[in-house]
Ligand binder design. Structure first.
Ligand code: ADP
Ligand code: MG
Length: 474
C-alpha cells in the first residue's frame, strides 16, 4: 500500500521547506480552526491539523466504501422507524446508561404524542479502517457510523488543493493530478436544501444547533455557505437560545424569536456534557416540533454502539432490510466482529475472552467524540472490575482492526516536525431525505480521510489525535 514518495521522506531539507509552505497553503485554502485559547472568536485562528502528504488508500476498498453508502443510508433510516427494534436492542443498555436512557425517553414520548415531522433528513458518516489480514491483504472494516453531528465535511474539501501543491513542490506533479476532488459540504447542503424545500415554507430558516464552544466553526460555515448560495437563510443557535426563545404553535411549527424554522441541523447534543436540565428541555421541544431534525432522536439512537453490535447478529440485517439481499451482503462484508456484554452466558464468555487476550479487542461505551474506548491492559482492568456487574452492559466489545502503518508527517500548530508511523480512517458521508414513506434522495456525498500516529489507540481530529488527510488511490 506504499505511496510513490518514499524517496522524499528521506530528504529532510525538502520536507522542511514543503511543510512550511503547506501551512501557508492550508491557511490560504481555509483549512481553519479557532484556537483552544479563544474558541469563540475568529480574531486569531490557526490551521486545522493535517498530514504533509496524502496517504495511500487501496482503490478497491475506497470504491467498496462508496458502493455501500446508500445501503447504510437505507439501514439507518429503517432502524429509526423500527420502534420495536430500538426498544428491544437498547433495553439492557438504558438500564445502566443514563444518557442513552434519556434520549430513549424523549424518543418514546414523541412517538406517543404522534410525530409532527413528516420530512426526514439523515446526514451520516460511515467510518472504516483497512484491516490487514494474515496474508497482508487489506480489508474494509467499519469502525462505526455517526448519525449525529458528523463533522469535517467542509474542511476536508480544502485539503485536496493543499496536498496537490505539496506534491508538486516535491516534484510529484503526475501524482498531484491524480488526487480526487471532494466536496462533502456541498452534498450535505443539497440534502438540507431538499428538506427545507419539502418542508414547504419559503420564509422559514435552517437552524444550525451549535455547541457553546465553537472551535470548528469554519467546517460548519462551509455547509452554511452552500445554503446561502441557494438563498436559504441560516441561523446559528445553542440549546440555551432554544430554551429561552424557542416555541411551538398549535400546529407544532417551531419558532425562534418569531422566525419559523424548517430544518434543525445538529452539530451538538451527542454527548452528556452537551446537556443540562434546560438543554434537555430544549431538545424535547425541538423533537416535538414539525421541523425537520437532522437527525431526529430515533436516528441518533440508531447510531449507538449497542445498535451497531446488534446489527452484526445473524438475521438482523435481513429483518431490517427485507428483500434487499444484495444490500445486506454489501453491508455485512464491512462488519468486524462485534460482541454483546449483556448479562448471560454469551456475555460471560466474551468478557472472559477479552480478559484473557485484551489486545484482540476494543471495549466501547455508548459515547461519541473520541477518547472513550478502552484498549489493552486498561480494557482488562475495567472488565475485571465490572465483569460480574450489570454495568458491563453499558459497553460492547469489538475486534480490534489492525491496519498496516505508513510513514507521514503530522502538521499541527506549535508541534515539532517529525516523521510518524501512521494509520488512517476513511469516512464516507451519506445523505438522504424521506418524505412520508418515499425516499426522495439517497446519496454518498464525499469522503474524509483522517490519519493518526500509531501510538494513539483512540481519538479523532476534534480530540486532538487524528489530522486531516487526502486519499491517494493505489
Ligand atoms: P467515537 O464515537 O468516539 O468516534 P469510535 O468507535 O469511532 O468512537 O472509536 C474512536 C477511535 O478509536 C476510532 O477513530 C479509531 O481510531 C479507534 N477504534 C475504534 N474502534 C476500533 C477498532 N475496532 N479497532 C481499532 N481501532 C478502533
Ligand atoms: Mg468515531
Amino acid at each position: 500500500m506504499a505511496a510513490p514518495w518514499e524517496d522524499v521522506l528521506r530528504d529532510p531539507a525538502a520536507i522542511r521547506e514543503a511543510a512550511a509552505a503547506a501551512v501557508d497553503w492550508a491557511l490560504l485554502e481555509g483549512v481553519l480552526m479557532r484556537t483552544e485559547g479563544q474558541p469563540n472568536a475568529s480574531d486569531v485562528v490557526n490551521y486545522a491539523p493535517f498530514t504533509l502528504l496524502p496517504s495511500a488508500v487501496p482503490s478497491a476498498l475506497f470504491e467498496q466504501a462508496y458502493a455501500v453508502q446508500q445501503d447504510f443510508n437505507l439501514l439507518v433510516d429503517a432502524i429509526s422507524q423500527n420502534k420495536e427494534f430500538l426498544e428491544r436492542t437498547l433495553a439492557s443498555t438504558i438500564k445502566v446508561d443514563e444518557f442513552t436512557a434519556r434520549l430513549f425517553r424523549i424518543h418514546m414520548q414523541v412517538l406517543e404524542e404522534g410525530l409532527a415531522q413528516s420530512v426526514f433528513l439523515g446526514i451520516n458518516r460511515s467510518d472504516y479502517m483497512f484491516d490487514c489480514g494474515v496474508d497482508g491483504t487489506p480489508a474494509l472494516k467499519q469502525i462505526e457510523i455517526n448519525t449525529i453531528a458528523a463533522s469535517f465535511g467542509g474542511l476536508t474539501s480544502r485539503t485536496v488543493a493543499v496536498h496537490g501543491r505539496v506534491l508538486k513542490v516535491l516534484g510529484k506533479s503526475k501524482e498531484a493530478s491524480r488526487l480526487l476532488p471532494n466536496n462533502p459540504s456541498r452534498g450535505l447542503a443539497l440534502g438540507i436544501a431538499k428538506a427545507w424545500e419539502l418542508y414547504g415554507s419559503p420564509s422559514a430558516v435552517v437552524m444550525f444547533l451549535v455547541e457553546e464552544v465553537q472551535r470548528n466553526i469554519f467546517d460548519q460555515r462551509c455547509v452554511e455557505n452552500e445554503l446561502w448560495n441557494r438563498n436559504i437563510r441560516v441561523i446559528r443557535k445553542r440549546f440555551r437560545d432554544v430554551f429561552e426563545k424557542g416555541s411551538l404553535d398549535d400546529a407544532k411549527r417551531l419558532y425562534m424569536d418569531g422566525q419559523e424554522v424548517a430544518v434543525v441541523y445538529y452539530r451538538e447534543g451527542y454527548v452528556p456534557k452537551n446537556y443540562d436540565q434546560q438543554n434537555w428541555e430544549a431538545r424535547l421541544l425541538l423533537e416535538r416540533s414539525r421541523a425537520v431534525k437532522c437527525p431526529d432522536i430515533a436516528t441518533q439512537l440508531a447510531g449507538t454502539k449497542k445498535v451497531q453490535q446488534e446489527l452484526s447478529r445473524p438475521g438482523t440485517l435481513e429483518r431490517l432490510l427485507p428483500g434487499r439481499a444484495e444490500a445486506v451482503a454489501r453491508i455485512r462484508a464491512t462488519f468486524a466482529g462485534l460482541y454483546s456484554l449483556d448479562v448471560g452466558e454469551e456475555g460471560d464468555k466474551m468478557a472472559a475472552a477479552a480478559i484473557a487476550d485484551p489486545d484482540r479487542f476494543v471495549l466501547k461505551p455508548q459515547r461519541e467524540g473520541g477518547g472513550n474506548n478502552l484498549y489493552g491492559e486498561e480494557l482488562r482492568q475495567v472488565l475485571l472490575k465490572i465483569k460480574d456487574s450489570p454495568e458491563r452492559t453499558s459497553y460492547i466489545l469489538m475486534d480490534k482492526i489492525k491496519p498496516q502503518p505508513a510513514l507521514n508527517y503530522l502538521l499541527r500548530a506549535h508541534s515539532p516536525l517529525q516523521v510518524s508511523q501512521c494509520i488512517s480512517e476513511l469516512g464516507i458521508f451519506g445523505v438522504y431525505v424521506r418524505q412520508g414513506e418515499e425516499m426522495v434522495m439517497n446519496k454518498a456525498a464525499g469522503h474524509l480521510l483522517r490519519t493518526k500516529a500509531i501510538e494513539h489507540a483512540d481519538g479523532g481530529v476534534a480530540a486532538g489525535v487524528a489530522v486531516l488527510d487526502t486519499p491517494y488511490l493505489v
